[in-house]
Design a binder for this molecule. Structure first.
Ligand code: TXE
Length: 473
């Protein structure tokens, strides 16, 4: 009797392979196990790194036009399986089906956007004596770790620039959300040259093995600031290059000349999209006193119309929190607000039944030193904070160890842009928020990260400078 191969296998050296052990993946809306995936051992990791290393000479010598074509083929394979990938994403991540569909579409679009970028040679001297040019060369084998909030988008952020610049990759999805990524592995097994892109799943032990592996030359990580620091430490032993995209505590500053009715839903989704589980979600909303009460009431009225539930059900706008640890973390922050006697405008309670559901929670002007203001909540709870003078709002917005994103909202674009110039963050939006593009760098200031993803600068992070002095006789 022949045994059928299990669903969800790792991609190592062009082959779909299982591991000796597997672990279960939970649907956060039901808390039921929905599938099992390989739990990579150290030997499996060694095999993936070896495959990537063996593929590196060939891939790095492959003309960039061919590498672009491979990225485009990956994007097409993903687009062709969009409905299935979106369904998997909802089941493991919790996000509503429509959001999952746009993430799948976004992954494909991002890869195509990156594939179109150029890394030109820079000529710094051209004289009778010599020509000096700076070329960019790939680093080698990259190890990438993606988080559970956007498994496919983050995979695209890592795959695109890594492969375009001629590196090879070992990619690890979060143990909470490996399914859609392993499905991608299956879709691209015959599309990508063997060993160029390896995808391995594993439990908590795999991350530290990957970041300390001597065969890896660079780490690209998206996750918490605390884990980012541990990764930097472990990378230091062999001076691995690092790109760290970490947490944020993004402020929104709302100026007195806004159109309240127009921005209330926009601000709501800026804070609550993906249930607040976005590194660049708005996490503190500073509102000028002249519009504080009307805007507060408009946001609360809007929030009451938003449907929380199982993401696979029609009409759901916000799903559950992705995992129990994060659920407990968000609930602890809400509990702290209750204990401190903050005015909770809506939410704050429990949602009956299984699943990591938390009601939309809005807190009215808590003190600046409270946990909900100081910490990254990463869940469906946001504080509204009143200010009298814009200087005060800017000072409070900047008073954080983070510096990932920020937004400014105002009727007069020049005034709002002038405020944006004084906010310290890697990305600042004026009258919009959370939008990203493959064409521009995205990264954190201060403890929100090191390095950037996207744009030409993002490509540079996957390369080393190599300077040629070309003497003329
Ligand atoms: O992520 P972690 P968690 C923030 C958010 C959230 C917090 C915790 O504030 O509350 O992070 O989330 C691997 N060496 N963000 O605990 O700790 C681990 O296997 C190498 C912001 O889920 O960052 C997992 O796959 N790897 C963020 C991954 O790191 C290690 C998105 C993420 O773990 C490791 C998600 C180690 N020592 C959460 N320890 C954003 N920037 O958007 C763990 N890992």
């Amino acid at each position: 009797m022949t045994q059928t191969a299990p669903a969800y296998r790792m991609l190592i050296g062009g082959k779909l392979v299982d591991a000796a052990e597997r672990f279960e993946v939970i649907n956060p809306a039901t808390e039921q196990a929905i599938a099992s995936v390989p739990d990579a051992s150290e030997d499996d990791l060694d095999a993936a790194v070896l495959a990537a290393r063996q593929a590196f000479p060939g891939w790095s010598a492959t003309p960039i036009e061919e590498r672009r074509a491979v990225l485009a083929a990956i994007a097409d394979a993903i687009a062709a399986d969009a409905a299935n990938l979106a369904r998997l994403l909802t089941s493991e991540q919790g996000k509503p089906h429509a959001d999952a569909e746009s993430e799948v579409k976004g992954m494909s679009g991002y890869l195509k956007g990156i594939a179109a970028l150029e890394l030109p040679v820079e000529v710094v001297e051209e004289t009778d004596k010599r020509r000096i040019e700076v070329r960019r060369v790939p680093i080698g084998v990259v190890g990438s770790i993606a988080a559970w909030n956007f498994p496919l988008s983050l995979a695209a952020f890592k795959i695109g620039p890594c492969l375009l610049t001629g590196n090879t990759l070992v990619l690890k999805p979060s143990p909470f959300t490996p399914l859609a990524t392993l499905r991608v592995a299956e879709l691209i097994a015959d599309v990508v040259p063997a060993g160029v892109l390896n995808i391995i799943s594993g439990s908590d032990r795999l991350g530290p093995w990957l970041t300390s592996h001597p065969g890896i030359d660079k780490i690209s990580f998206t996750g918490s600031t605390a884990t980012g620091k541990r990764i930097m430490e472990s990378a230091s032993h062999s001076l691995k290059r690092i790109t760290l995209e970490l947490g944020g505590n993004d402020p929104a500053i709302v100026l007195p000349d806004v159109d309240v009715a127009e921005i209330a839903p926009k601000l709501f989704w800026s804070a609550f999209g993906n249930n607040g589980q976005i590194c660049v979600a708005t996490k503190r909303i500073y509102v000028h006193k002249d519009v504080y009460e009307p805007l507060r009431d408009a946001i609360v009225d809007y929030a009451k119309t938003v449907q929380v539930g199982d993401g696979s059900q029609q009409g759901t706008q916000l799903g559950p929190i992705n995992n129990r640890a994060q659920y407990d973390r968000v609930r602890a922050i809400i509990a702290d607000s209750k204990e401190q006697g903050h005015d909770i405008l809506m939410g704050g309670g429990d949602i009956e039944g299984p699943g990591f559901f938390i009601p939309v929670t809005i807190i009215d002007n808590p003190p600046e030193d409270s946990r909900i203001v100081r910490e990254e909540q990463f869940g469906p709870v946001v504080p509204l904070l009143k200010f009298d003078h814009v200087d005060d709002a800017i000072a409070r917005a900047n008073d954080t160890a983070y510096g990932l994103g920020a937004s400014v909202w105002g009727g007069d674009e020049d005034t709002a842009t002038a405020v944006a110039e004084r906010v310290s963050a890697g990305t600042v939006w004026v009258n919009e928020s959370r939008n990203l593009t493959p064409l521009a760098p995205f990264g954190g200031h201060r403890q929100s990260g090191i390095g950037v993803e996207g744009g030409r600068e993002g490509l540079m992070e996957y390369t080393l400078a190599k300077t040629y002095f070309l003497g003329k006789r």
